[in-house]
Design a protein around this ligand. Sequence first.
Ligand code: AMP
Length: 404
Amino acid sequence: MPKQTIRDIELAGKRVLVRVDFNVPLDEKDGQMIITDATRIQETLPTLKFLIEKGAKVILCSHLGRPKGQPDPKQSLAPVAPALSALLGCPVQFSPETVGNSAKEKALALSNGGVLLLENTRFHAGEEKNDPELAKGLADLAEVFVNDAFGSAHRAHSSTAGVADYLPAVSGLLMEKELTYLHDELENPERPFVVILGGAKVNDKIEVINRLLEKADTIIIGGGMAYTFRKIVQGITIGKSLYKPEWEPIAQAAIDKAKKLGVNLLIPVDAMITDAFDFDAKKLGTTKYTGVNENIPDGWEGVDIGPESVKLFAAEIAKAKTVIWNGPMGVFEIKESSKGSFDVAAAIAENTSAKTIIGGGDSVKAVKKAKLADKMTFISTGGGASLELLEGKTLPGVACLLDK
Ligand code: AMP
């Protein structure tokens, strides 16, 4: 799926519309909106610096929050302009209009290397409907479109895909990296290739399991969805652990497919169990570890993998040359049941001779919480987009880019 990037096109003096992900968390303080975490802004800097150095006129657009198609001052992108300006070390102008005459005037007045940030694209009802009028309005501001908002690439919106109907479109450097690690690298991975999948529901992850079964040497299954597999393979009772009867045939098909393809399918052999679980209050009741292949009693549920499972998984991870991890091993949001996920994160971090890829969503949160982010080869910035890419789906925000 090689796509053209900002490295492949002429940029000097060109007005370049860049779709970024500035969907930053905001907090109100003394009547002002304050950015509480600027990670998403920082992640766009390589692309923006590249464009500025090449003499492009940079016009930035993004969504922020869910303003329901109309202006909402509390979800304005205005606070991002000074924050970005400080990070880039150059002025960043703000346009209170996303499209229209005054936005166009500001875009036309940009000098080479100048930066303009447009107001929240979701202040327009057309954005999420992929309305061509809004897409045309955005395209009218620029000569080239750059998509660097990987986290929104699974959505066909005016600013993520529609605008590419009217402008030549290429990827930014962040998007390029995501596609490299979550797609290209996994087509021909260095082996052994170990895939670790966790999370709550079998049906949410089955497409990823199916696709990666075709590529992996080993698939490790953890998290809530592992109990369905344990019930089938180990014949144990699973108490009130996450389970639905309709997940059984899905899990069975994956087990059969692994056998047929000669893929090593590893599932947990022990669990941390609890007799009470209140996710909202972040509280567990009494907790204990089961023995290996031991039944989970009635009234108890598995909330994390146990130490023997960690050993089993870590041994496989240590042999890998490529590792990808998506989905936590347990309820990592609660301290007592976070150990399995943190231990797996540590095992991945310890394998310094492997390419280690953290494939989005909650496993990214777990790695960051474990303070191991800088030990990984690549950490995806996407949630839904990473999952869809790993499932082998075509993302509208990628499909619209020019092929190499
Ligand atoms: P997902 O969005 O499918 O990747 O699932 C992530 C969620 O699964 C996290 O919020 C975890 O707390 C939850 N989870 C992981 N393991 C379990 C488990 N054993 N029981 C209940 N929830 C779990």
